[in-house]
Design a protein around this ligand. Structure first.
Ligand code: E4P
Length: 220
C-alpha cells in the first residue's frame, strides 16, 4: 500500500520523507492557503523535493480553463499530477489531459458511480473522501469497498487514493480493503507509529538497563 502525505507544509513533508512514509503528496487549495506562501513557489518546492507523484489542484470550473492550468502546472516537473474536481467539465478535461499523457487525480469523489466515470474518462487516480462522508453520517469506507470492487470487475488501471482521512482506523480499513493508496495528514502518520505498550515497554527496558553493571562503559 502506498502512503501519500496530504499536506503542503514543507517541514511535514521533509519529516515524513525521513520516516520513509512518503510515496507521494496530495495538496488542495485549502492546504496551500494554510502555508501562507505563494502557490507556484510552494508547488515547485514540493515537486522538486518529492520523488513520487505530487497532486496540484486546478481552480477553474470550465474544461478549457482546467486544461490551460494543467498544462502550466505540469511543466513544474514530471511527477506532477493534476487534480481535477469531479464534474462533467472536469471529466472532459481528464479525457483531454489523459490523451496528452498528463496524469490526473479526480477529486471530491463521493459515490462509486462518480469513480466509475472518472476511470472511464482516463483518470490516473480517483480520490474518494471518506472523512467528509463520515461527517454527514454516511459510511466512507463502504464507498472504498464499492470502488475497489468496480475497478476489479472491469480491470481499470485507475488507482484509488483514500482521501479525507481523519484517524488511524481509516488507514487500517483502507489497507484491509486493499485500496492502492491512502493520502494521510502528517498528524495521522505520526499516530500510526504509536502504541502505549510500546512506550511502557521502552520505559521498562530502560529501568532494567540501569541495573546492568557495565552499562556506562559499553558505548564510550
Ligand atoms: C485529498 O486529496 C484532499 O486533499 C483531502 O484528503 C481532503 O481532506 P479533508 O476532508 O480533511 O479536507
Amino acid at each position: 500500500m502506498k502512503f501519500f502525505i496530504d499536506t503542503a507544509d514543507i517541514n511535514e513533508i521533509r519529516e515524513a520523507l525521513e520516516m520513509g512514509m512518503v510515496d507521494g503528496v496530495t495538496t488542495n487549495p485549502t492546504l496551500i492557503s494554510k502555508t501562507g506562501r505563494p502557490f507556484m513557489e510552494v508547488a515547485k518546492e514540493i515537486v522538486d523535493l518529492v520523488p513520487g507523484p505530487v497532486s496540484l489542484e486546478v481552480v477553474s470550473l470550465d474544461t478549457q480553463g482546467m486544461v490551460d492550468e494543467a498544462r502550466i502546472l505540469s511543466k513544474l516537473g514530471e511527477n506532477v499530477v493534476i487534480k481535477i474536481p469531479m464534474t462533467t467539465e472536469g471529466l472532459k478535461a481528464v479525457k483531454i489531459l489523459s490523451e496528452e499523457g498528463i496524469k490526473t487525480n479526480v477529486t471530491l469523489v463521493f459515490s462509486p458511480l462518480q469513480a466509475l466515470l472518472a476511470a472511464k474518462a482516463g483518470a490516473t487516480y480517483v480520490s474518494p473522501f471518506v472523512g467528509r462522508l463520515d461527517d454527514i453520517g454516511h459510511n466512507g469506507m463502504e464507498l472504498i469497498e464499492q470502488i475497489v470492487q468496480i475497478f476489479d470487475n472491469y480491470m481499470f488501471d485507475t488507482e484509488i487514493i483514500v482521501a479525507s482521512i481523519r484517524h488511524p482506523q481509516h488507514v487500517l480499513q483502507a489497507a484491509l480493503i486493499g485500496a492502492d493508496i491512502a493520502t494521510i495528514p502528517f498528524k495521522v502518520i505520526k499516530q500510526l507509529s504509536k502504541h502505549p505498550l510500546t512506550d511502557t515497554g521502552i520505559e521498562r527496558f530502560l529501568e532494567d538497563w540501569a541495573k546492568v553493571p557495565d552499562k556506562d562503559e559499553i558505548f564510550k
